[in-house]
Design a protein around this ligand. Structure first.
Ligand SMILES: [Zn+2]
Length: 275
């Protein structure tokens, strides 16, 4: 079955190649997950409107109720290995550069920035959720601004720009990555993590795959489409980064996870690109 998008806010064209038609892969509620017939990039279509998405996202991830339940701290405890691993990687990538400047786009609670600080890196964030910004600045004392990427002053340039779990949420990921490139210094590096559409878990769970159930996930990447989008945005030497561990699994579980990542069947894709 083919779905033809009307090119509207809730039925956007493919963000990578601007085509309208897509093969319907999954359907749940009033949502369809379609695969662009031209370039193979998957997207949610129709999607919620921008204002509905803001409300949905804030309710799901950031609210005083969630904060009071202690969920932020639980989230940090569960993921502290991941954040710490991320910082190690960032340090490796920036080895040899002096006074490295880092911007984390969509910095959320700020736990990655907190780890950057703990490991001696100077890092700032921008985040669109006012509640998350309050938490990051008041509770964690981090430098995070409540502005979207397109309001970042043009003269602000960075050695490293990271986007952890951001590209699947933004309305136009190609535009976002072009804005990222504009804020990178020559030779600067960007680091992107986003869910993987071709994860083993998706083949098992189908429409129930977490990446699809979250209605604020608008674009669904696999290895080829993410690489194509990063290159189209102007990045060079675009490559996948595969790491061992950095999560709750250990021993055999961590080894199996590593194999899945190597085969590109893990739940996340991590890519690096250079300006
Ligand atoms: Zn396309």
């Amino acid at each position: 079955m083919i779905f033809i998008a009307h090119g509207t806010e809730t039925e956007p064209l493919c963000p990578l190649c601007q085509s309208a038609p897509g093969v319907i892969k999954y359907v749940y509620d009033d949502i369809k997950i379609i695969s662009c017939t031209s370039c193979g990039l998957w997207r949610t279509c129709p999607r919620l409107s921008a204002s509905e998405l803001d409300e949905y996202y804030e309710k799901l991830h950031y609210s005083p109720e969630i904060e009071q339940k202690g969920s932020y701290e639980n989230w940090r405890d569960i993921n502290s290995d991941v954040w710490s691993k991320n910082v190690e990687v960032v340090k490796k990538v920036s080895a040899g550069r002096e006074n490295v400047s880092l911007l984390d786009v969509g910095s959320g609670h700020g736990f990655f920035l907190e780890q950057c600080r703990a490991q001696g890196l100077t890092a700032r964030g921008i985040e669109t959720s006012p509640h998350a910004v309050r938490y990051a600045t008041e509770q964690l004392n981090l430098e995070v601004r409540n502005i979207p990427l397109d309001r970042l002053p043009a003269e602000e340039l960075y050695d490293i720009i990271t986007l952890w779990g951001v590209l699947e949420h933004v309305p136009d990921p190609l535009l976002t990555m072009r804005q990222v490139v504009a804020h990178l210094k020559p030779g600067g590096v960007t680091w992107v993590m986003t869910p993987n559409t071709n994860a083993l878990e998706r083949f098992v769970k189908g429409a129930q795959y977490f990446n699809f159930l979250n209605k604020s996930h608008l674009t669904h990447f696999h290895r080829k489409t993410l690489k194509a989008l990063l290159e189209k945005a102007g990045l060079k030497n675009v490559r996948r980064y595969i790491h061992f561990g950095g999560g709750t699994r250990s021993g055999l579980g961590a080894a199996a996870q590593y194999v899945a990542r190597r085969l590109c069947l893990g739940t996340e894709l991590r890519f690096i690109g250079e300006k």
